[in-house]
Ligand binder design. Sequence first.
Ligand code: HEC
Ligand code: HEC
Ligand code: HEC
Ligand code: HEC
Ligand code: HEC
Ligand code: HEC
Ligand code: HEC
Length: 367
Amino acid sequence: MNKRMLWVASGIISLIALLSQCITQPAQDLRGPAYAGANTCISCHQDIYNHYLQTTHFKTSSTNVLGTFPGSFTYDDSTRVEMVVTDSGKVQGGHLFHLAVGSGRHAQTYLYWNNENYYQLPVSYYVSAGHWANSPGFPNSHPKFDRQIPSTCFGCHSSAIGIKSVAMVGRGLKETFEKGKIIYGIDCERCHGPAAEHVAYHTAHPEEKKPMHMTAVRSLGNQQQLDMCALCHSGLKTPQKSLFDYQPGDAYDDYFFPDISGPSRPEQLDIHGTQYQLFTASQCFKKSRQMNCTTCHDPHQNEANNMVAFSKKCMQCHQQQPSPACKFDKMAVLNCVDCHMPQLPSSKIVLSGTYYLRTHLIGIYKQ
Ligand code: HEC
Ligand code: HEC
Ligand code: HEC
Ligand code: HEC
Ligand code: HEC
Ligand code: HEC
Ligand code: HEC
């Protein structure tokens, strides 16, 4: 048995499902009257909205616990899961799964609420491996329940979080949160900015087909379009401004302090969440103009594992087979991706087994 799993498996922690009422979303938009909320977009952008519900952006925070436990537990909206510490059969303490972070594309980690703060639970669910193991960075020796979660975490994994107070304590920030005040997932207005005026105008003028009070993403400069995604896809750095303030057209550099300590060569970057740096270091990006994340990705669709569709994007620019070594066959099922953007192990997330993520440094890799 793997050592890391030992304390999990040896029954120090057992997982119990408890029935409870579901947590309801606040009725008014937490962000204030300038925001309309994703539900209001349905009436006029139904297709986009329906597809968006399938995206990992939408699912990246929720109360939906994906992992299943040995035995016959099932989980639905009215089921809550509790993680308790037991010693020789006696319950020593425990914490509810108040919140799940991660869509489960790769993994899901869980937070509990206590005394105006969120804390990370010591075990996470690793979807591809199909098992529970220590949350990244948590020790094997004992369950740890004191890792506080800062608002930056929600800045990339939710659409709003109620912050009650912020104070400088020593060199760090001490935050407290408002209970139950959260907008789950990354919603339309995280990328498109506040839209209440847009909604009000078009509701009052249904004959108007031209978009009003809304920035057209395609009218932005290429770097501005990249920055919309870079905001959350550049890895963990020190923010100088709340990521929740983002509006289309804003510059990435206004949100983070320059990273002077990080590695300067892209090959040395950890591939976790650093798609922006890796992609912009690729020859495809450097040698072509106006290429950005939406050259390959439709942010409203879940396109996971659709290698044929992605390879068609490659073919828009690469029409000739460069050499016989490049298995490049227009007639056969295409998959440029596995050879030129392979799955590589992430060095930052150390787990039982290896955690593979797809690199965005497009290039030639030895098999
Ligand atoms: C009452 C109707 C209505 C509602 C509600 C509505 N929109 Fe729109 N929206 C429009 C119309 C009309 C257009 C222009 C035609 C089109 O692109 O569909 C538009 C266009 C857009 C565009 C494209 C702008 C461009 O120039 O490329 C975005 C982005 C957008 N809406 C976002 C939203 C978001 C986000 C919401 C919800 C918060 C929303 N809309 C709710 C009517 C509406
Ligand atoms: C507010 C933060 C945020 C912004 C802005 C953002 N992302 Fe993401 N994105 C995430 C997070 C967090 C995940 C991981 C979601 C998960 O699996 O829990 C993710 C996942 C993804 C995925 C992989 C999942 C899949 O569905 O296959 C793609 C692709 C992606 N983002 C593209 C983009 C693009 C393109 C943009 C810009 C148009 C963008 N993102 C903007 C936070 C963000
Ligand atoms: C700067 C933005 C950012 C911050 C801050 C951030 N994440 Fe992420 N996180 C991402 C992105 C982007 C992804 C998906 C892309 C990837 O894995 O490369 C991701 C992936 C994840 C996943 C895996 C999701 C899946 O379904 O595969 C988990 C779990 C996660 N983050 C938890 C956290 C927790 C907990 C925190 C706070 C302590 C946090 N993240 C802070 C951007 C961020
Ligand atoms: C991760 C960021 C992100 C999220 C979340 C997002 N969008 Fe978009 N949206 C974009 C980008 C980028 C474009 C420009 C796409 C392009 O250039 O191909 C766009 C384009 C649009 C357009 C105009 C072009 C089109 O495809 O018709 C509309 C309308 C729109 N979005 C509505 C919405 C609505 C409604 C939601 C929520 C249900 C939403 N978006 C969520 C990033 C996002
Ligand atoms: C917008 C156009 C465009 C798209 C889309 C595109 N590329 Fe490229 N790619 C280029 C250009 C331009 C170069 C540089 C060619 C040169 O130097 O002759 C390049 C270079 C490359 C190289 C050589 C890299 C190196 O380091 O030598 C590979 C491999 C490659 N692309 C694969 C892909 C794959 C796989 C995809 C799809 C996932 C893709 N490209 C999508 C434009 C593009
Ligand atoms: C040349 C095409 C191309 C471009 C440009 C591109 N991606 Fe991707 N991306 C892909 C492919 C292909 C995948 C693999 C999809 C899969 O495995 O399902 C992917 C996967 C992802 C994932 C999921 C990673 C994982 O391991 O699960 C994220 C997140 C992502 N892209 C974000 C971005 C962001 C942000 C940008 C812009 C900075 C970007 N991508 C630009 C082709 C591209
Ligand atoms: C089986 C793996 C494999 C597949 C599949 C594959 N390639 Fe390649 N590709 C290679 C190898 C290996 C090379 C280097 C060839 C050499 O050294 O001459 C290469 C070279 C290239 C180059 C040229 C790099 C240069 O600097 O000259 C481009 C561009 C490219 N591939 C694009 C693609 C595209 C687009 C697809 C999908 C249609 C694709 N490849 C599918 C393995 C692959």
